[in-house]
Write a protein that binds this ligand. Structure first.
Ligand code: HEM
Length: 251
């Protein structure tokens, strides 16, 4: 009887392409580790990636249970990314001048393809304010602010203030009646603070009345100053979780 020939099963094309890609010099010059198939490589992956190295290398399952974290910090970060992306697209269209601001927003709602970005931006902003508060509530209820995490709680408070300021500065940009009077009331509240209230209001509004100077100031703060600050503080927040020994966990 003739011997039966055993033919090795052919690997799928995608697997072969992947194997080829990960052997090229370009790939190896970017990623200096093997595939994350064993513990050592997984650690090296985490430590040698600029984004991943902010996170802990090991975490305990009990500390990341949805029931425990509610993933509200993660949701806040996700919404921040959505807002950055949709906001960037809005910047291609919206002009922060008294002449165009309102009509550009109406245009975005009614005529422009992808005008849905404006709605996503607005709803996303409301959602982020809610998720950040819920995240803070969860951290408080689980006692995760206690040592060694008290500094990260303070970083969190800064992030909360920045989130609220982003929301506040964005409110003026549609330049409708709601925006105008909400910001007039808000900045008047700043003005009524003792000692430095009035000078602070003057700097914020760029004059005695909410007008073009206020619009451009709020716009610049909204699209550059505050998001940059928030991104820096978020990096510190995530890195700090790692330095504090990962997330707190149930006892
Ligand atoms: C833009 C706002 C914020 C973002 C994107 C954010 C993001 C995160 C993420 C992703 C985590 C990991 C655990 C989780 O998802 O629950 C976390 C943990 C933590 N956050 Fe925030 N956070 C924000 C605001 C705050 C605020 C307002 C506070 C409190 C004032 C706070 C205090 C903390 C603390 C103490 C931890 C460590 C908790 C633990 O070890 O279990 N964060 N944050």
């Amino acid at each position: 009887m003739a011997p039966t020939k055993t033919v090795a099963p052919k690997e799928p094309a995608l697997v072969r392409l992947w194997d080829w890609l990960t052997e090229t010099q370009i790939w190896k010059s970017i990623f200096r580790h093997g595939k994350p198939t064993n513990d050592r490589n997984r650690v090296v992956v985490m430590l040698s990636n600029v984004f991943l190295h902010l996170h802990p290398v090991r975490i305990r399952k009990s500390g990341v249970k949805l029931r425990y974290t509610w993933c509200m910090g993660g949701m806040s970060f996700f919404l921040f990314l959505v807002l950055t992306f949709t906001g960037l697209l809005l910047m291609f269209y919206y002009r922060p001048t008294l002449e165009y601001a309102y009509t550009d927003i109406v245009g975005l709602r009614e005529h422009v393809p992808l005008g849905i970005m404006r709605e996503m931006h607005r709803w996303g902003a409301h959602a982020m304010v809610i998720t950040v508060w819920l995240h803070m509530f969860r951290v408080f209820m689980t006692g995760s602010y206690k040592p060694p995490r008290e500094f990260n709680w303070v970083v969190g408070v800064v992030l909360l203030v920045l989130t609220l300021l982003l929301s506040f500065t964005g409110y003026l940009l549609p330049w409708d009646q709601l925006a105008l009077w909400a910001i007039t009331v808000g900045t008047n509240m700043v003005g009524s603070a003792p000692l430095l209230g009035e000078p602070n209001r003057f700097v914020l509004v760029g004059g005695y009345q909410v007008g073009q100077a206020a619009l451009i100031r709020f716009y610049t703060l909204h699209v550059i100053g505050l998001p940059l600050l928030a991104a820096v503080f978020m990096m510190v927040h995530f890195w700090r979780i790692r330095r504090d020994g990962g997330l707190a966990r149930p006892l």
